[in-house]
Ligand binder design. Sequence first.
Ligand code: 8YV
Length: 313
Amino acid sequence: MPQIIAIGPYSDRDATALEQDFDARRVASLAEMAELPEAERKDILAVAFMGHDPFDGARMDLLPSLKAIANFGVGYDAIDVEAASSRGIRVTNTPDVLNDDVADLAVAMWIAQARDFEPAMQHLRSGDWGRGRKLPLARKASGRKVGILGLGRIGREIADRLAGFKCEIHYQSRSRKDTPEGWTYHADPVDLARAADDLFVAVVGGPQTEGFVSAEVIEALGPDGVIVNISRGTVIDEEALIAALESGAIRGAALDVFKGEPQVDPRLIGMKNLLPLPHIGSATAETRAAMGELQRRNLRAMLDGREPETPVN
Ligand code: 8YV
């Protein structure tokens, strides 16, 4: 019976490596794992997990021999780590290897919003440019006051890039960080939004940050502000964001993540002042390869009884 199970939509490369190196059985989702007969679940020692469906205590209990969960991703908000710890299950994630990609994407989305990429492309594709029609002017990106919510590994990479765009850097974090001179710390997210022209959401997901970007934060940003979210959909009060985008209380938003994704609120999909992307922050061949390798090194270490490289608990 299999001892390793790989759960999630792995690339061919990662699927092959998991099958060859670990003799892993593969299933598409936690729901599919739950459907396996007990005889095929009871000896499973480790899960290579990829996805965002809740991996809670009840699902862990379906795998009574489980000792390790190696998550494919830096964010592990889908995994109930407390439930894992109380069952003696080790959890690992894949930090750092994706910082560049996620920060690149955040900055790209911010520029695309400021410079109105979508209407500009539409202007060309529709033939309006060729017909000599006028395109309204966009807005400058460089030199803005930017607020980074969460100056962790990814938030820091975003801030470093924006400093190169001559931006004034403001940030909010649980504690003041060691930063270059001139970066301004704000203890409160509303104060951060008030001080910033645009807001980048880079805090971790999970219950402790749910709705952190509240109606008050969104309003404090003001009618020229853009919100960029590369973290988790749960961090933003999506109802408040939809209301602000509809009323023009903010200029726009660029979201790579959504509440309840991959289902996206249909009101968001149709909005002209929203740039939506289907959670592609880490989705480059190079970074996904590095994430897969780190996941497998963690998995191997846990199976061998060694300390994994990037433990969560
Ligand atoms: C996902 C992510 O891991 O690392 C994270 O936290 O959200 C992404 O990189 C990826 O979408 C696979 O689920």
